[in-house]
Write a protein that binds this ligand. Structure first.
Ligand code: ZN
Length: 248
């Protein structure tokens, strides 16, 4: 196999140092998933400023078939998303997104993750937090990991009764009504407002859902519920959630 120069769209996920001042970039690409690519050059190198986490652009790559290595020879940034670095909540949301991409081995929706990063780069803190919940629900929908919210799994009662609180049972991975839930079992309460918000993510246009208010209690319920489903999806706790307790 001959050496190959090629180009692709790429989102920079993370960087780690290697060798004499060089770096290894983990990048997400639409066609080839996650890749590792070397970025040569010291701190004054032009390329080093371009290949930076959460930036998306066109990457020119060179694959060496003998050494089985890939290096980035140039990177044209289309989306800088500088706003993410200016705020702790934004950067924590972005870190959770990139950890999720890594933990799912790049098995993530290219359009969805880029739209999410575009949004949080220009949103205030509360909007970032709500945007994160919507993003996570869409990720879970894409993975086919959302429980059926239409009826109680034990008695079959519909779940749209006014003001009814329902419970998500991790054991059954389904919703249970207040009548059927057992006091001793572990569960996540989901109020009518919280469930309505989840339904709206699927049924309404993104601009309409963004404008929807979300009360503090419903936000907390969704946060616990979605963070739990997310950790289950990636088979263990997420580092960003553990270290970012209180920020997200
Ligand atoms: Zn029931």
């Amino acid at each position: 196999m001959a050496p190959r120069s090629w180009r692709t769209e790429a989102l920079v996920i993370s960087l780690s140092p290697f060798g004499e001042g060089h770096r290894s970039a983990r990048i997400l690409t639409p066609e080839n998933g996650l890749l590792y690519a070397a970025v040569f050059g010291g701190s004054k190198s032009r390329l080093r400023g371009l290949v930076s986490p959460w930036q998306t652009g066109t990457a020119w790559l060179y694959t060496d078939p003998v050494k089985k290595t890939v290096k980035i020879t140039d990177f044209d940034v289309h989306f800088w998303r500088q706003g993410i670095r200016e705020n702790l909540v934004r950067s924590w949301c972005a870190s959770l997104c990139t950890e999720l991409i890594t933990r799912s081995h790049g098995n993530t929706d290219w359009v969805l993750v880029n739209a999410f990063l575009d949004g949080i780069a220009v949103s205030d803190e509360d909007e970032c937090r709500r945007g994160l919940l919507r993003f996570l629900w869409r990720v879970l929908l894409g993975a086919g990991l959302c429980p059926d919210c239409a009826c109680c799994t034990r008695c079959g009662a519909g779940t749209n009764k006014e003001n009814a609180v329902l419970y998500y049972s991790p054991y059954e991975d389904a919703l249970v009504c207040a009548h059927c839930v057992r006091q001793e079992e572990s569960r996540f309460p989901l109020s009518r407002e919280a469930r309505h918000y989840l339904d709206s993510i699927v049924q309404k246009r993104p601009s309409e859902v963004r404008a929807l208010p979300l009360g503090t209690d419903a936000y907390s319920e969704l946060r616990s519920f979605l963070f739990f489903l997310l950790s289950r999806m990636v088979d263990g706790p997420l580092k960003t959630l553990e270290t970012g307790e209180g920020i997200l």
